[in-house]
Design a protein around this ligand. Structure first.
Ligand code: SAM
Ligand code: SF4
Length: 463
C-alpha cells in the first residue's frame, strides 16, 4: 500500500504560506474556531506559525472553552504496562533499541499478574499494554496471552476493564487477532510524518519502513479495529509539520473508514539511556508545546487527547486546561517496574518520567483543582467505538453519558481505594456535578446507582 495522504511538499507549502497570514486573517480564523466551525489546513498552519502573543492568548482561551464544552471537567485515568523490552529496531531515541546491551526481560504470566495486581490495588481500570518489537521473543501469541491474563486477573474489587495496546505496526492478520482478544484502542505513534527525519531516526529493523508504519492503521481498520489512537514524538522533527501530518492522517482515516483517531497522544522526547537529548536539534520548548496542544484541540475538537508522565506536574496542570482529556498516573516505563518500585529496587526505564507522584496524589490533586477523575470504560464495553463514539461526541449527548459514568466510577474508586478525607472530597464533587446531568431519567439513575455503590448494594454501573 502506498502513502497517498502525507504529501510532504503540500505540508511544506502550507507552512511556508502560513508565514504571510496577517493579523486579521488569524483573528477571522479564531472567530470561526470560537463558533465551533472547522478550520482549513491553511488556517491551522497559520495558527501554528503565528508568534504574536495576543494570538497565542486567544488560541489558549478558545482551546480551553472547547475542552470545557465537549469534555466538561472529566479526566480519564490510565496506566502503561510494559510486558517486554526485547526489540529488533534501532530507534535512536529509545533505550530499548537493539544495539544496547542490557539484560532484557519479558514478563512471565505470574510476573504479569503481579504487575496487574499492583495496578488494580491502586484502582486502575484501563491499561496501555506496551512492548518492544520482536517476533521471536514477543510474538503476537504472547501478546494475546498477556491480554487474556490481564482481563482474567481480579484482585479484591479490582479488575482491568479495558486494555489498550501500543505495540509495533503489524499485519492485518495479527490485527484481526488483537480485535478478537477484545482490545480497546490500538495505539501507534508515527513518531514523525517527515519521511527523511523518520528514516534518519529509524536506521534499522522493520520500523525503518516509513510506509509500512504509516499504513498500520489502515491494516488495523481493515481487520475490524475501528478504535485507533495516533501520535508523534515531539522533539524529533519540525513540530508544526508533524501537527499537520497528524491532521492529514486523521482526515485520511475519516474519509476511508468514516472514523478518524479516537485519541491523539502528545509525547515529548525525554532523556533515556543510550541517547543524548542534546543530539536532537528539534526539541520543543514548553511554550511551543502548550500552543501545539491547544491548536490540536481546536483542529479536532472531538478527538480525545492523551498526556503521559513524560511531562512534569506543572506542565500537566497547564495542559489539562488546554485540551488534554486522558492522563496516566503513577506510571512505570519498565518491564516489571511496578513490582520493582514496590520492592524499592533500582529501576531501568524506557525513558525517564517527569511526574513521579503516586497515582493517589495525582488523583487527589485533580479533584482539588476541580476536575473529575474518571475510571470509565463504558463506550468500549457497550460497543460504542469508531463512528458510534464519534456520533455520540458530536451529538452533544456526551454530557448525558460520560459525566454520569465519570461520577459513578469516581464514587466506586473512592469507596474501594479512598480514605475518609478522599471520600468526602469525591462526595462533594459528585453532589456538585449531578445537577449538571441534563437528562432527568439519567440523572435519577445516576443518583440511585451512586447510593447503591455507597451502601455496597451494587457496583460497575455505566450508561
Ligand atoms: N515499540 C512500539 C513502537 O515503537 O511503536 C511500541 C511502543 S514503545 C514501547 C512506546 C513509545 O515510546 C514509542 O512509540 C516512542 O514514541 C516512545 N519513546 C521511545 N523513546 C522515548 C523517549 N526517549 N522519550 C519519550 N518517548 C519515547
Ligand atoms: Fe523498539 Fe519501540 Fe523503542 Fe523503537 S520505540 S526501539 S520499536 S521499543
Amino acid at each position: 500500500m502506498e502513502n497517498n495522504f502525507i504529501n510532504q511538499k503540500y505540508i511544506e507549502d502550507l507552512l511556508e504560506n502560513a508565514k504571510f497570514a496577517d493579523d486579521s486573517d488569524i483573528n477571522l480564523s479564531l472567530d470561526k474556531a470560537e463558533e465551533g466551525k472547522n478550520l482549513s489546513h491553511s488556517e491551522i498552519a497559520a495558527l501554528l506559525a503565528t508568534k504574536n502573543p495576543e494570538h497565542a492568548g486567544r488560541i489558549f482561551d478558545i482551546a480551553g472553552k472547547i475542552k470545557k464544552r465537549i469534555y466538561g471537567n472529566r479526566i480519564v485515568m490510565f496506566a502503561p504496562l510494559y510486558v517486554s523490552d526485547f526489540c529488533v529496531n534501532r530507534c535512536v531515541y529509545c533505550s530499548f533499541k537493539c544495539v544496547r546491551n542490557f539484560e532484557r526481560k519479558k514478563l512471565t504470566m505470574d510476573e504479569l499478574r503481579e504487575e496487574v495486581k499492583i495496578l488494580e490495588s491502586i484502582g486502575h481500570k484501563r491499561l496501555a499494554l506496551e512492548a518492544g518489537e520482536s517476533d521471536e521473543q514477543c510474538s503476537i501469541d504472547y501478546i494475546l496471552e498477556c491480554i487474556r491474563t490481564i482481563y482474567d486477573m481480579k484482585f479484591k474489587n479490582g479488575e482491568i476493564r479495558r486494555v489498550n495496546v501500543n505495540i509495533a505496526a503489524t499485519t492485518t492478520e495479527n490485527y484481526r487477532k488483537l480485535k478478537s482478544a477484545g482490545i480497546g484502542t490500538y495505539i501507534l505513534f508515527q513518531e514523525t510524518y517527515h519521511e527523511q527525519v523518520y528514516n534518519s531516526v529509524h536506521p534499522a529493523g522493520p520500523k525503518k519502513d516509513f510506509t509500512w508504519h504509516l499504513n498500520a492503521f489502515d491494516r488495523a481498520q481493515d481487520a475490524g479495529i475501528d478504535d485507533v489512537g495516533g501520535g508523534v514524538l515531539f522533539g524529533l522533527s519540525n513540530p508544526d509539520f508533524d501537527v499537520m501530518g497528524l491532521l492529514l492522517h486523521n482526515e485520511h482515516l475519516e474519509k476511508k473508514y468514516k472514523t478518524g483517531f479516537h485519541t491523539i497522544s502528545v509525547p515529548r522526547l525525554c532523556p533515556a539511556d543510550g541517547m543524548d537529548i542534546s543530539d536532537f536539534p528539534n526539541l520543543v520548548d514548553d511554550a511551543v508545546f502548550a500552543k501545539i496542544t491547544a491548536v490540536i484541540r481546536i483542529a479536532v475538537p472531538f478527538t480525545g487527547m492523551i498526556l503521559s508522565t513524560r511531562e512534569n506536574h506543572n506542565m500537566r496542570k497547564k495542559l489539562l486546561q488546554l485540551g488534554i482529556s486522558q492522563i496516566s498516573a503513577g506510571s512505570s516505563t519498565e518491564v516489571g517496574g511496578y513490582a520493582k518500585k514496590q520492592r524499592n529496587e533500582k529501576t531501568n526505564p524506557q525513558f525517564l518520567v517527569n511526574d513521579e507522584r503516586s497515582a493517589v496524589s495525582i488523583i487527589t490533586e485533580l479533584i482539588d483543582d476541580g476536575f473529575i477523575p474518571s475510571f470509565c470504560t463504558a463506550c468500549y464495553r457497550g460497543g460504542r467505538t469508531g463512528d458510534r463514539f464519534m456520533s455520540l461526541a458530536k451529538s452533544g449527548e456526551i454530557g448525558n453519558v460520560c459525566l454520569p459514568n465519570a461520577l459513578m466510577t469516581l464514587c466506586e474508586y473512592s469507596m474501594d481505594y479512598g480514605d475518609d478525607a478522599f471520600r468526602e472530597k469525591s462526595a462533594a464533587i459528585i453532589e456538585n456535578e449531578i445537577p449538571h446531568i441534563a437528562d432527568d431519567a439519567i440523572r435519577q439513575k445516576t443518583t440511585e446507582s451512586i447510593k447503591k455503590i455507597r451502601s455496597g448494594a451494587g457496583r460497575d454501573f455505566y450508561i
